[in-house]
Ligand binder design. Structure first.
Ligand SMILES: [Zn+2]
Ligand SMILES: [Zn+2]
Length: 121
């Protein structure tokens, strides 16, 4: 497949411009069937306008950050009665009947005193 330079008229500035063989090959490789309707200078103007438009993406970025911030959910706490002092406490897991639940104070006490017992267990 061979290409030859073509002279086309720009839609925007009405100047004639060359659609070179190399560009035609590039277009064909990209699967573009339409010839360019604007000269390269008008295309570059449109390109810069398009990139200005895409500045609107910054709004989406901000929204994305906000969304990811809101995506963090706090850990659900479950009310439970401390087996040590009988006070109501909250634990980050669902209390099961087969295990005693302690408040943080009693849990720390329990841990300290049961350190030796745990070996026997
Ligand atoms: Zn032009
Ligand atoms: Zn307690």
């Amino acid at each position: 497949m061979s290409f030859t330079d073509k002279t086309l008229t720009c839609r925007d500035c009405s100047n004639s411009f060359t659609f070179t063989a190399g560009e035609q090959e590039f277009y064909a490789a990209k699967g573009l069937v339409n010839e360019p309707s604007r000269c390269s200078s008008c295309r570059s103007v449109r390109k810069s306008q398009t990139s200005t438009d895409s500045g609107g993406d910054a709004g989406y970025e901000r929204y994305g950050n906000f969304a990811s911030f809101g995506g963090r959910t706090p850990r659900q706490m479950h009310p439970a009665q401390c087996a040590g002092c009988g006070d109501m406490t909250e634990v980050p897991f669902k209390p099961r009947g087969d295990r005693p639940v302690y408040c943080s104070t009693c849990y720390n006490k329990q841990r300290a005193s049961s350190a030796t017992e745990a070996v026997r267990d």
